[in-house]
Write a protein that binds this ligand. Structure first.
Ligand code: COA
Length: 548
C-alpha cells in the first residue's frame, strides 16, 4: 500500500495558476462552494417555522440530531453525511434535509451506517424523500457490509403524502424488508428510541437486534393515545401506553433503559464493541488515512481554477486526476487512442483504482477503449472510479456509420456487468447516454457524488431549446408562428431544462449521495474505497479481456 504508486510517472500539469482564466474560474467555483455551504447550513437549522420546533425540542431536554451522532462516534472523528440537501426546494421549504440524517461514522474504529430522524422537522415523520434516503442508506449498508444504528425519533409516515411512502417496493415496507434482511446478512441493526415512535416508526426498533429506550422521551406504540381514544375510548398517558419502563420491564420490546441520551449512547457504544464488525485491519480505524501515502503533487485547491466557470469551455480530465490521486502518479492506458476518454491506474489514499474520465463528447474509439479498460479492471479485481464530464456519445452520419450505437452499448453493457466496486463523481456535465456509460445512478455505483458545477439531463439546455422547439414546430405545420412566439417557446424550454439539470434539483431527489466540494473528492473517495477494502474480494481472474 505504501510504495505501490512509486515508479508510476507523475502527471505534468499544463495549468498556469497565475493566468487570468485560472483566477476567473477560481472565483466562480469558490462562490459555488460558498452557496453549497450556506444551503447545507439551512438544512441543519433553517426552514419555515423551524425555530419554534427547535426551541421546543431543546426545552424537552432533547439533543439535536447531528449532536446525537457526534455523541456516538469516536472522539476526533468526522461523520460522512450523505444527501444533506435531500428535499431541497420541495414541500414548500418546510422539510429541510428531508427531516432525516444518514451517513457513515466510526464506533470503536469500525464504520457504521447511521439513520437518524430529525424530530425538529415535521416530528421526524417521513416524507417521500426521507423514505428514499432511509432505503438508500440501507442499500449502501448491505453493499458495504455496514451495521446500522437507528436513532429513532419519528412520527412514522408523513400522513398527508402516505400514498407516496407506504405501499411500493422501495417505500416504508421496503425499508422493513431491508432491515430484516440486513440482520440476516450478519449486519447488526441497533436502535436507540428517542421520541414517540408510532405505527411505522415503532417497527424500526421492533425489528432491531438490540434496542435501548431513553426514559421520559422514548415511546413505542402501534397506535398513539389519540388513536387509542378514537378506537377504544381509552384515555391514557403516552408513557403508560408505550414508555421506556413499560417496554423494558413489562413488554420486553426494549432491551435496555437509559435515564439520559448520554447514558444511552454509552450503552450503544458498548453494544457496538461486542459485535463482530470489521475494522480495515487490526491497527487502523476506518477514519484514519495512512499518513505515509504520498499526497497529490499539485494542490487540490487548484481544482477551483481548473474547472471552467463557463460550461461551454472544456477542461482536461487529466488535470482533475492530477489533483486527486496519490503523488499525482497515473499509469495511463492507451493514451494515444480514443482521447475523448482518459483511462488509467492510480492510487487514492493507497487504494489501487482504475479511473475513467471524460474529455467531453464520447467518440466510438473512446467507448471501445473504456470497454477494454473496464474488462481489465474486472479481470484484475480493481475498483473503478468514473469522473463524469460529458455531453454524451457523438451524433451525426460519420459517427453512426462508425457504429457509435453498438460501441456505446458495449461500454454501457460492460459497466452494467462489472462486479468490482464502482464509484462515480459528476465533475461537469452528465448528459444523455454518457450518464449511463459513465456509471450513472441507474448503473448502481456504490456511491455517486456530484460537484456544485455539475449538470445532469438528457441533453443540455442549449441543445434542448433547439430540439424541442423544432419538434413542436413540426407538429404545428401549416400554422402561422411569429418569431416572438418561437423565442418564447425557446425561453420556456431553456428555463425548464436549466431548472431540471441543476445539481440542487438532482440532489434534492437523491439522484446522488450528496453534493461535495471538489476539494473533498480525494478524501471522500478514500473513505468509500476503505469500506470496500474491509470486504473479502474474489481472487483476480474475473473473465477474459476482449480487445475492442
Ligand atoms: N404525519 C405528518 N405530520 C406529522 C406526523 C405525521 N405522521 N407526525 C408529526 N407530524 C407533524 C405535526 O403535524 C407537527 O407539524 P407542524 O410543526 O407543522 O405543526 C410536527 O410534526 C410536530 O408534531 P407535534 O405533534 O407537535 O410534536 P410532538 O413532539 O408533540 O409529537 C409525535 C411527535 C410524532 C409523537 C406526534 O406528532 C404523533 O403522534 N404523530 C402522529 C404519529 C402517527 O400517528 N403516525 C402514523 C404513521 S403510520
Amino acid at each position: 500500500m505504501l510504495d505501490g504508486g512509486v515508479g508510476v510517472r507523475k502527471i505534468i500539469s499544463k495549468i498556469d495558476p497565475n493566468s487570468e482564466q485560472f483566477a476567473r474560474n477560481f472565483e466562480h467555483n469558490v462562490n459555488d462552494v460558498l452557496t453549497l455551504r450556506e444551503r447545507q447550513q439551512w438544512a441543519i437549522d433553517g426552514g419555515r417555522g423551524r425555530e419554534r420546533s427547535i426551541e421546543r425540542h431543546l426545552s424537552r431536554g432533547k439533543v439535536m440530531v447531528r449532536d446525537r451522532i457526534d455523541m456516538v462516534i469516536d472522539e476526533g472523528t468526522a461523520f460522512m453525511e450523505l444527501s444533506p440537501l435531500a428535499a431541497w426546494g420541495q414541500y414548500d421549504d418546510e422539510v429541510p434535509g428531508a427531516g432525516i440524517v444518514t451517513g457513515i461514522g466510526v464506533v470503536h474504529g469500525v464504520p457504521w451506517m447511521f439513520i437518524a430522524n430529525d424530530a425538529t422537522v415535521k416530528g421526524g415523520s417521513l416524507v417521500p424523500m426521507a423514505i428514499k434516503q432511509h432505503v438508500r442508506a440501507q442499500d449502501i449498508a448491505l453493499e458495504n457490509d455496514l451495521g446500522v444504528i437507528y436513532l429513532v425519533d419519528s412520527g412514522g409516515a408523513f400522513l398527508p403524502l402516505q400514498d407516496e411512502i407506504f405501499p411500493d417496493k422501495d417505500h416504508f415496507g421496503g425499508s422493513f424488508y431491508r432491515q430484516a434482511r440486513l440482520s440476516a446478512a450478519g449486519l447488526p441493526q441497533l436502535s436507540v428510541v428517542l421520541g414517540g415512535c408510532t405505527a411505522g416508526g415503532a417497527y424500526v426498533p421492533a425489528l432491531s437486534d438490540e434496542v435501548i429506550m431513553v426514559e421520559g422521551i422514548g415511546r413505542i406504540f402501534l397506535g398513539g393515545p389519540p388513536i387509542v381514544k378514537a378506537a377504544l375510548g381509552e384515555i391514557i398517558e403516552p408513557d403508560d401506553l408505550g414508555g421506556a419502563q413499560l417496554h423494558t420491564y413489562t413488554s420486553g420490546v426494549s432491551d435496555y433503559i437509559a435515564q439520559s441520551e448520554a447514558e444511552a449512547y454509552g450503552k450503544l457504544r458498548e453494544i457496538c464493541e461486542t459485535t463482530s464488525q470489521r475494522r480495515i485491519d487490526e491497527r487502523q480505524s476506518w477514519f484514519d488515512f495512512d499518513h505515509d501515502v504520498e499526497p497529490p503533487a499539485y494542490d487540490i485547491g487548484e481544482l477551483y481554477g481548473v474547472v471552467s466557470a463557463d460550461d461551454r469551455i472544456p477542461f482536461e480530465a487529466i488535470e482533475i486526476i492530477a489533483r486527486i490521486v496519490d503523488g499525482s502518479r497515473f499509469h495511463e492506458f492507451k493514451p494515444d487512442w480514443g482521447e475523448s476518454i482518459v483511462t488509467g491506474f492510480a492510487r487514492i489514499h493507497g487504494h489501487l483504482v482504475g479511473i475513467i474520465a471524460n474529455n467531453g463528447i464520447i467518440f466510438s474509439e473512446a467507448a471501445l477503449k473504456a470497454t477494454h479498460f473496464i474488462e481489465l479492471c474486472e479481470q484484475r479485481r480493481i475498483p473503478l472510479v468514473f469522473l463524469q464530464n460529458t455531453s454524451g456519445y457523438m451524433v451525426g452520419r460519420d459517427s453512426e456509420a462508425g457504429g457509435i450505437a453498438k460501441n456505446g452499448a458495449k461500454m454501457v453493457a460492460a459497466v452494467a456487468n462489472a462486479t468490482v466496486p464502482k464509484y462515480t463523481v459528476l465533475v461537469g456535465g452528465s448528459y444523455g447516454a454518457g450518464n449511463y456509460g459513465m456509471c450513472g445512478r441507474g448503473f448502481q455505483p456504490r456511491f455517486l457524488f456530484a460537484w456544485p458545477n455539475s449538470r445532469i439531463a438528457t441533453m443540455s439546455a442549449e441543445t434542448a431549446q433547439t430540439v424541442l422547439v423544432d419538434i413542436r414546430l413540426g407538429g404545428m405545420k401549416g400554422q402561422e408562428t411569429t418569431d416572438e412566439e418561437i423565442e418564447a417557446l425557446r425561453a420556456e424550454v431553456r428555463e425548464q431544462y436549466e431548472t431540471h439539470s441543476n445539481p440542487y434539483y438532482a440532489t434534492s431527489r437523491l439522484w446522488d449521495d450528496g453534493l461535495i466540494e471538489p476539494e473533498q473528492t480525494r478524501d471522500v473517495l478514500g473513505l468509500c474505497l476503505a469500506l470496500a477494502a474491509r470486504q473479502d474480494e474474489p481472487a483476480p481472474g474475473g473473465g477474459l479481456v476482449y480487445r475492442m
